[in-house]
Ligand binder design. Sequence first.
Ligand code: GDP
Length: 440
Amino acid sequence: MFDNLSDKLEATFKKLAGQATINEVNIGIAMRDIKRALLSADVNYKVAKKFVEEVREKALGQDVVKSVSPAQMIVKIVSDELTEIMGGENKPLDLNTKKLPAIVMVAGLQGSGKTTFCAKLAKRLKKNGKHPLLVAADVYRPAAVDQLKTLGEQIDVPVFALSEQDALKTAHQGVDSARKNGNDVVIVDTAGRLQVDEDMMVEAEALKDQLKPEELLFVVDAMIGQEAVNTAKVFNDRLDFDGVVLTKLDGDARGGSALSIKQVVDKPIKFMSVGEKVDDLDVFYPDRMAQRILGMGDIVSFVEKAQETLDLEKTRKMQSRLLKNEFDLDDFFDQLQQLKKMGSIQGLVEMVPGLNKMIPKQDLDGLDFKPIEAIISSMTKQERATPEIINGSRRQRIANGSGTRVQDVNMLLKQFKEMKKMMGSVTKMTNSGRKILPQN
Ligand code: GDP
């Protein structure tokens, strides 16, 4: 996701890097490039236009600060503005209710990933100490009920379904059953159609009126590009939902919907789904996403994910070494082993600055870290700790020893160096509580 946009933005910033000052001319060129990049990432036209206008205005209005280069300043402005258009900060689910159970109603088109999301959310809530009940009110697609039952079994969460095709009755009885059995949250999976259709809307409106859900979430497939925003608008006009769940951000989605939806419907994106497995759900943080778009990875999410999955002692050590910028190739090797345990590799790879450039996309599915692992294993302990000491002849021997080419060894060392540099700047900025800027 966002690869193309990230590359184009990077190219724009590079062009600015050689400029001594920001002026109407170079900012004009940069804004034209950024606008094109946004449009080709499927960002809504009005949103892209407003975006570059705001950035231009802020950039030209800035006092020149000696220690900051024009490129750095623009990166910061773009980063802040990206964060802003995606909603500023995460809006968490609000499940506060005087009368249990709290109700989450989930709506969206068929195939958007609704049913899968319901299960993912149930798993997340359960982990946070809740006792969810899944309700199969997507009664017209028989497979949807079975799918929810299967997912429910997988995550050990009960599923309520009726044999009748009556969504309202199913939902009401589901809520009653939750009340009786002490379930504190009910997640209602509703029917979708392939396209927006009147019957579906009427039924969804009735469900909303009667259930009065604490959260009505609209699920939308990011891969459908501009259409995601149009669909969101139609659903919002009718249902006035509380938040958006963007799905399939692991695929070829160009990401434009993530950047446009908040602006167009003025509802926050609360979650993003990044794979088919029940763990592939992330809370949506606009600032972290902006950093990811700018190719700076998302170390915070990465470490959080690690904390969820890995043994705490190891994670703490890794975190502290990252923060002290003592991260070496041994840690990197360790991290690759851990990565394998952590689920959707593609999503994780994007969180680590530089790592997405090290591993070709086609290798991600097959988890082919083997060449990297082989290269690191062929180094001595001292070389792994201080890769700078590896000279030309050692590089050749490492290549021979690992069954790779010397170019592969060079590439790994170069990328590792860049990754460390990037982490250094992330760490510095995080430590000083400031926004992130690249170091050149
Ligand atoms: P529904 O019709 O809206 O309930 O959609 P489903 O939950 O059945 O999902 C439709 C298809 O999309 C299924 O094959 C899911 O496995 C897949 N899917 C759902 N979410 C994601 C995601 O985030 N990434 C990917 N790659 N596939 C997903």
